[in-house]
Design a protein around this ligand. Structure first.
Ligand SMILES: *Cc1c(COP(=O)(O)O)cnc(C)c1O
Length: 388
């Protein structure tokens, strides 16, 4: 028997001398929370995305809550979200007391279906939160053209820092685009996120909603050694990113193209290896798009997915599921009385998909082992479940 070679699902690449120096520089300064360094990173984000404004946050989730609060969305309002996404997308709508309205996704890309978004709009619709799932972008310009101007578009860019569609980056056609710098995302500082927008008024309100609703941040309150009173005009959450974490971001932003090229070559090798298998479904690629290649999901028959997953894990291949459909999870299913077939494309993909290791530091020998193991295990599972 072949020795089991463990290949992790993800391995981060932080910890270089430059990262350690960046963190220690913050520790040698005055402010442990959000201050000058974060502002520098925000300027870097503005220039990368070509947006007017950027705000670092301590997670995608808190950034999205702050954005919904800044847009005055709350009880009685509806926000349209895809049924195929990570739970955070709809959870933030629940957290602020609004109602998530799920819609189904495209059966080739699993991105939110724009026709179905338009069909789900009601007089209560305040926003749509499309998700750039796995790194490929939803056509935000097309969505914008079909929605009434009163409906905000908030892009969930947790999977898509580097992606473009028809040359446009996230933030170009929406009210706000929100990123995650969570531990396994393409750019990470352990926990973190950012909001980019071209709407200066929205950013004014966001400055407050990311910090309890206070009218001035900690460093501003003591500017020039003079204490300044602050007021609270609207309700906020606590979403600001401390500079200790922000310090880990500039190097990664500078290196993003190199890292994306590594991700892309890993993806191409996977696609080549699996394209001739009729047991493995690959994602359709969005025409005119550049994917951020955040995840590499494949589809297998639903009746053997969990068996394949188990065999891969037993063979040392780090494999996850991104994601089982949100409407089928207990909280949503029971609260809204959803049936599996309400959003059948999301439900079916959620039962068929599994994600393989994809990160820039994946060694060629590791990827060879993953490919060999996937092909072997899928064939075994097919014969055990009577598919082949
Ligand atoms: C990771 C993720 C989030 C949540 O990000 P956090 O920074 O952990 O809050 C939201 N949406 C999607 C699609 C994600 O994958």
């Amino acid at each position: 028997m072949q020795a089991v070679q463990a290949v992790p699902f993800y391995r981060h690449s932080l910890g270089e001398e430059a990262d350690i120096a960046a963190v220690s520089n913050v520790l040698k300064g005055t402010f442990l929370t959000s201050a000058g360094l974060g502002r520098e990173v925000e300027a870097k984000l503005c220039s990368f995305f070509g947006t007017e404004k950027a705000k670092l946050t301590n997670s995608w989730t808190n950034g999205a809550v702050a954005t919904l609060l800044a847009l005055d969305i709350g009880p009685g309002d509806e926000v349209i979200v895809p049924a195929m996404t990570f739970i955070a997308t709809s959870n933030v709508v629940e957290i602020i007391g609004a109602t998530p309205i799920f819609v189904d996704v495209d059966p080739g890309t699993f991105l939110i279906d724009i026709d179905k978004v338009c069909a789900a709009v009601t007089t209560r619709t305040k926003a749509v939160m499309p998700v750039h799932l796995y790194g490929q972008m939803v056509d935000i310009a097309a969505l914008r053209a079909r929605l009434d101007d009163t409906i905000a578009i908030i892009e969930d860019c947790a999977h898509c820092f580097e992606g473009t569609l028809n040359g446009a980056r996230p933030g170009a056609h929406s009210d706000a685009a929100i990123f995650s710098f969570y531990a396994t995302k393409n750019i990470t500082c352990g926990e973190g996120g950012a909001i980019v927008t071209n709407d200066a008024d929205l950013m004014e309100r966001l400055q407050q909603t990311v910090l309890h609703g206070m009218s001035a941040g900690a460093d501003r309150r003591f500017e020039g050694q003079l204490y300044r009173h602050w007021d609270m005009a609207r309700l906020g959450t606590k979403a600001n990113l401390p500079d200790i974490l922000a310090s880990l971001l500039p190097r990664q932003i500078d290196e993003v193209d190199t890292q994306l090229a590594k991700r892309r070559s890993i993806v191409e090798k996977y696609r080549d290896a699996f394209s001739s298998s009729n047991l493995i479904q690959l994602l359709d690629e969005v025409p005119g798009g550049v994917s951020a290649e955040h995840l590499f999901p494949v589809g297998v028959a639903a009746n053997m997915r969990d068996l394949v997953l188990k065999k891969l894990n037993q063979s040392g291949v780090g494999t996850t599921v991104n994601y089982r459909a949100v409407h089928g999870l207990e909280y949503y299913r029971t609260k809204y009385n959803f049936a599996r077939g309400d959003f059948p494309v999301a439900a079916d993909w959620g039962d068929s998909t599994l994600s393989l290791p994809l990160f820039p530091g994946l060694e060629p020998s590791e990827q060879d082992y993953v490919i060999e193991t996937v092909l072997k295990v899928v064939a075994e599972a097919a014969s055990e479940t009577g598919l082949a």
